[in-house]
Ligand binder design. Structure first.
Ligand SMILES: [Zn+2]
Length: 290
């Protein structure tokens, strides 16, 4: 059983790949730091007086031993060995490693932390959604959809199962998106509106995360408007940091709305692009709680 548990899975999912790359980056950082071991140990010899020199020398030797021990134990850990085993199997199955040249060497530790944060946040959202009891009927769904289609005549929608499933495909920013909305409709349970952007790679997985962390999670019209914003609002500059690319060199992949004062004291909704990392952490909370 123990040997079985140590087996790496045949296919890593995205989260496992990020975690593995983050682990290798941590090891690389430790190795880079260990390169400075000898200069650190001999550095105190420049000191003029003997006792402080000896203390500094001793401290540096102890630190070096500790760092070596930490590196060795992490290198030999099951987690790291599983990663090596996975790469061996993967390379044996497909020896063409040219795609690896596209993979960045650094930034995985931060990415892993951000993903964990997102998963945690989405988990909190699910608890919150269960607290909100809303239910929209078939007629309401159809009304919301026909109003939205009227406002967005250039976007095609495929409806299935009495508007409980909607598929919205379009091309925007030279990217082919396929959004899928599913509305659970069990009269006895809480209704939930789930949305995803189909695809297992970036930017699609990031879009799905940004949809999942949307405010007003049970508002179908709001979700439809958010999806339309991917077509109508070019993701050029992030509304928060005002940059085109974030630290991961990704484009602003989220869309969020803002109320602005319009003519005749009315307010108007505008949709703006954001980087995933630039989203307000309390985005999903109702305005009054912020
Ligand atoms: Zn930004």
């Amino acid at each position: 059983m123990a040997a079985e548990a140590a087996q790496p899975s045949a296919d890593y999912d995205e989260a496992q790949c990020i975690a593995a790359l983050a682990q290798l980056e941590r090891l690389q950082n430790q190795l880079d730091d260990l390169r400075l071991t000898l200069p650190r140990i001999v550095e105190p010899f420049h000191m003029p007086s003997k006792p402080p020199m000896f203390h500094a020398f001793k401290d540096n030797v102890i630190k070096a031993q500790r760092d070596m021990k930490t590196f060795k134990s992490q290198w030999q850990s099951q987690e790291t060995q599983d990663i090596f085993e996975h790469t061996r199997k993967s390379a044996a199955a497909n020896p063409d490693l040219s795609a690896g040249a596209q993979v960045r060497q650094y930034g995985w530790i931060e990415k892993e932390e951000r993903e964990k944060e997102m998963v945690k946040k989405n988990g909190e959202d699910e608890v919150r959604m269960e607290d909100v009891r809303v239910h929209i009927t078939k007629e309401e769904r159809e009304k919301i959809l026909s109003d939205w289609k009227e406002a967005n005549p250039s976007i095609k929608v495929e409806e299935k199962d009495e508007c409980k499933e909607l598929l919205i495909p379009f091309v925007a920013d030279s990217t082919k998106y396929r959004f899928r909305i599913k509305i659970s409709d069990d009269a006895n349970a809480t209704q939930a509106i789930k949305a995803e952007c189909e695809g297992t790679s970036e930017p699609f997985t990031a879009v799905t995360r940004c949809l999942a962390s949307r405010p007003n999670a049970n508002d179908l019209r709001y979700l439809l408007d958010m999806i339309a914003a991917y077509k109508m609002v070019k993701g050029l500059r992030c509304a928060k940091c005002e940059c085109m690319l974030d630290d991961d060199t990704t484009k602003p992949i989220a869309r969020r709305s803002r109320q602005i004062a319009g003519a005749n004291e009315t307010s108007e909704t505008v949709w703006e692009p954001f980087h995933e990392g630039c989203l307000d952490r309390n985005d999903h909370l109702p305005q009054v709680l912020k």
